[in-house]
Design a protein around this ligand. Structure first.
Ligand code: LLP
Length: 436
């Protein structure tokens, strides 16, 4: 995993920093990010487009992990940014992210959120439905302010992945259907609006996808439709945004392609199809989230109680769980882990890692081979960089862990640990406490 290594003390090292020392300094649980790996992934995507001579935008899907520092890092790497809420947009603004490279997604943006996008004059809004199209039209006319949009369409392609994270099928809450005439209706409507500039189309077929077929099928279908629209409606798409969803390796069972391989296949298909219809090549935009930050993240926990159920299994509990990583409970997501304080010790037993939340479903990893662990060991769970912190919560009033960026032997805290005081910050008492 990226710059992960084992040092002479048998400790896990990330970004050239001893993880055991980081745990001592910042406490556990602790999220670490290998910044060099994020940069490498970002550059990998961008270089693939450059190499193939394609005008592109690589937008970081900030839902995977949104924070001021992360957005600053995305800006350093000259990425664009996909936001899906006023909160993500606000964070981007506080990070000083260039508005013209921000794309605003979501199936139910509020008027207030859309106004925020107009105030900031962001690069484009990804219009999801007729209701929103009417709102964008109304706001743009009342302000006499131009706004670029992409139309989010559902091409009717199913990607092989967990049901909960399937967003490109026809029976989806997202987007205009390409097959039943709604996408065309939306396009005809949008191009007539005085202050709306239709840049092109967007689709996102799913997440944690291991094959290129879904992407190339989607591209084929969309370009076929664009050829028809060019002919009948004289509409030409400047931008084709094919979303994110490139899979990563959480465990040895996962078999993703190299990130660049997805992009190469997509580009080839778009070139082939546009050539076939004599169309000009559109800009290709993508929106990776998981594949930019997923395997750059590691969570460090301290082990605590051990429960042996004779002849059944051994539970080892950690000081976090579904409050900092809800993915196992929500998606049956699988992870690999090691003891960060003695990586080289021989494997001695198969244990199951339990979270500390008051819920039987709070199991982080089933059947993990480990050296014999005792209370006070450090467990490092790999590949927690995407949808870990961003889906963290305060279930059981557990404070959220801090986030530390490591790079070139240096560590920098970018989100501090939540305190008990933070937890009651928004609470208003029924009565003021009695003073004696
Ligand atoms: N673009 C759009 C429009 C999306 O809806 C998403 C993810 C992405 C880009 C980025 O997808 P990625 O490259 O990260 O796969 N919470 C789930 C994942 C939900 C993904 C939702 N949309 C998980 O933990 O697996």
């Amino acid at each position: 995993y990226g710059t992960a290594a084992v040092n002479t003390r048998g400790h896990l090292e990330i970004g050239g920093v001893d993880v055991v020392e980081l745990a001592a300094q910042y406490g556990t649980p602790l999220y670490l990010y290998d910044v060099a790996l994020i940069r490498e992934r970002a550059r990998g995507f961008k270089q693939t487009f450059d190499k193939m001579g394609i005008t592109a935008q690589v937008a970081y899907a900030s839902k995977a992990f949104a924070s001021v520092a992360m957005m600053q890092l995305a800006e350093q790497e000259e990425l664009s940014l996909d936001v899906v809420s006023g909160g993500e947009l606000y964070t981007a603004q506080k990070a000083g992210f260039p508005a013209e490279r921000i794309h605003f997604h979501g199936n139910n943006k509020s008027r207030e959120e859309l106004e925020m996008a107009f105030d900031a004059n962001i690069g484009c809004i990804v219009a999801d439905n007729f209701y929103e199209l009417a709102l964008i039209d109304e706001i743009s006319q009342s302000r006499k302010q131009k706004m670029s949009i992409l139309l989010r369409i559902t091409p009717g392609i199913e990607a092989h992945t967990h049901d909960y994270i399937l967003t490109g099928q026809e029976d989806s809450k997202f987007g205009f259907d390409l097959n039943n005439g709604q996408a065309e209706e939306a396009l005809v409507m949008a191009v007539e609006k005085p202050f709306i500039n239709v840049l092109g189309l967007h689709c996102h077929i799913g997440s944690q996808i291991f094959e290129t077929t879904g992407f190339t099928l989607a591209a084929e279908k969309i370009i076929g439709k664009l050829a028809d629209w060019k002919e009948r409606l004289a509409f030409e798409s400047t931008v084709l945004n094919l979303g994110g969803g490139f899979g990563i390796r959480y465990t040895a069972e996962d078999d993703p392609l190299e990130p660049a391989a997805y992009v190469e296949e997509i580009i080839r298909k778009v070139q082939e199809e546009t050539k076939r219809f004599g169309m000009t090549m559109p800009e290709i935009w993508i929106e990776p989230g998981r594949s930019l930050v997923g395997d750059a993240g590691v969570t460090i926990y301290e082990t605590g109680s051990v429960k042996d159920v004779p002849n059944v299994r051994k539970y080892i509990a950690i000081d976090g769980g579904m409050s900092d990583n809800i993915r196992p409970a929500l998606y049956e997501a699988k992870y690999e882990a090691v003891l960060a304080n003695r990586v080289n010790d021989p494997i001695e037993e198969i244990v199951s890692i339990a979270g500390k939340c008051c819920e039987s479903g709070d199991m982080l990893i089933w059947d993990l081979p480990l050296p014999k662990a005792a209370a006070g060991d450090l467990l490092a769970v790999f590949c927690t960089g995407a949808y870990g912190y961003s889906m963290a919560n305060n279930y059981n009033r557990i404070p959220r862990p801090p986030v530390v960026f490591v790079e070139n032997g240096e560590a920098k805290i970018v989100i501090r640990r939540e305190t008990y005081e933070d937890l009651i910050k928004l609470d208003l008492p029924l009565q003021l406490p009695q003073m004696s």
